[in-house]
Design a protein around this ligand. Structure first.
Ligand SMILES: *Cc1c(COP(=O)(O)O)cnc(C)c1O
Length: 431
């Protein structure tokens, strides 16, 4: 009986063991294959990254750090982690890298634990003006543990108000300034933030989750070069890696950062992901990655120009990076939710977003459009013009289901010309 069980267990394909879940995954594969993903915080991974992520490395605990593990059998894990650390340091020119983070929020949490005491004054960008939940939002652990003061963007031009940041720093005397954003379409002046932090003796954390790929490719200025004490980033946005995060720091913070990650805030790292991050960082050193990052920015500019040319209003009047914020209330007299739903019906997936000036965080009037996924699929200038045209048609006629159906079919034809799922050997994995 036991023999029969061990023989059978673990060897049947997913479709046999769990046809319900298998069908749902197939349905999602088809959705991703046939729709345009303009969600700025997402991207797709290469086949090589997917293979590493789908490896047996997922099976083992390796708590600790290379050469200092709490488990036996970790020799391969030591080499894998060290390789990923070395690639992270080389890619960003950093003194120290911790690559064990489970995701972006845990990365920021660990930096706060390493550098702050409970209740310390900290400055971060307001969530409703482009910041992130983990930069001191009242509903998040960061906002509960520390005394955050939020800065924002100028009402007239939507740009970060550096003078106001300087004034606020003088008043609240923060121990740390957090810069970096989730919805900001322009370059961030990390050197200016460094100056402001220095003027009040604060440490500087740059969270480059959204723009890390652009930074690695030299398409956006680097906070490491500008002297940030800590740099956090997710690896699954413009970096085109698996869902994970890293912390980069100056040498003097190396030990406190490592202790804050493990055992401070995490247990065992996900080593299949650590290896996949290492693969993504190797790919990020190549010419093809640089071209892709350049094209992400070019594609965003072309999409923005297409919308602006038709009279739409974009926050800050355009974009320097991979994303733009369309003020759909001013442009089309509709809400962010209406825009999001109408676009999704037409096969164009983007998310509503609060923008500076919104009265309620529950009724955003913006829509955030980003180009990482469509660019990684291989789309370029002509495709961006077509996509821009579709976005305009849909947002001008948000209740026209016939129009949305027609565009949905055209979107599918375009998507099939830039296939996605053929990268992944899913069927080989579940034979
Ligand atoms: C996406 C993002 C994060 C959070 O990452 P998770 O992986 O969702 O935890 C943190 N900071 C910024 C600025 C982000 O854009």
């Amino acid at each position: 009986m036991i023999d029969k069980l061990t023989q059978a267990w673990g060897r049947s394909p997913l479709a046999t063991v769990d046809p319900q879940m298998a069908a749902l995954i197939r349905r999602e594969e088809s959705r991703q294959e046939t729709t345009l993903d303009l969600i700025a915080s997402q991207s797709i991974v290469s086949r090589a990254v997917a293979e590493a992520e789908n490896s047996v490395l997922r099976h083992k605990y390796a708590e600790g750090y290379p050469g200092k593990r709490y488990y036996a059998g970790c020799g391969n894990y030591d080499e894998i982690e060290q390789l990923t650390i070395d690639r992270a340091k080389a890619l960003f020119g950093a003194d120290h890298a911790n690559v064990q983070l489970l995701s972006g929020v845990p990365a920021n949490t660990a930096v706060y634990l390493a550098a702050l005491k409970l209740g310390d004054p900290v400055m971060g960008m307001d969530l409703s003006q482009g910041g992130h939940l983990s930069h001191g939002s009242k509903v998040a652990l960061s906002g509960k543990n520390y005394t955050f003061h939020s800065y924002g963007v100028r009402p007239d031009n939507g740009l970060i108000d550096y003078d106001a940041v300087q004034r606020m720093a003088g008043e609240v005397k923060p121990k740390m300034i957090v810069c970096g954003a989730s919805a900001y379409p322009r370059k961030i002046d990390f050197s200016r933030f460094r100056e402001i932090a220095d003027s009040v003796g604060a440490v500087l954390l740059a969270d480059i989750s959204h723009i890390a790929g652009l930074v690695a490719a030299g398409v956006h200025p680097s906070p490491v070069h500008a002297g940030a004490d800590f740099v956090t980033t997710t690896t699954h946005k413009t970096l085109l890696g698996p869902r994970s995060a890293i912390i980069l720091s100056k040498k003097e913070h190396a030990d406190t950062i490592d202790k804050a990650v493990f055992p401070g805030t995490q247990g065992g790292a996900h080593f299949n992901t650590v290896a996949a991050v290492g693969v993504a960082f190797l790919e990020a050193q190549g010419a093809a990655f640089k071209d892709c990052m350049q094209q992400i920015v070019t594609n965003a500019r072309i999409l923005a120009e297409t919308l602006l040319g038709a009279g739409a209003t974009l926050k800050t009047g355009g974009t320097d990076n991979h994303l733009m914020l369309v003020d759909v209330n001013t442009s089309f007299g509709i809400s962010g939710k209406t825009a999001q739903d109408a676009l999704e019906t037409a096969g164009i997936v983007a998310n509503r977003n609060t923008i500076q000036g919104d009265k309620s965080p529950f009724k955003p009037t913006g829509i955030r459009l980003g180009t990482p996924t469509v660019t990684a699929r291989g789309m370029g200038d002509p495709e961006m013009r077509r996509i821009g045209g579709w976005v305009l048609e849909v947002l001008r006629n948000p209740n026209d289901r016939v129009l949305q159906g027609r565009i949905r079919s055209e979107v599918e034809i375009l998507c099939r010309a830039f296939p996605l799922m053929d990268r992944y050997v899913t069927r080989g994995t579940y034979p």
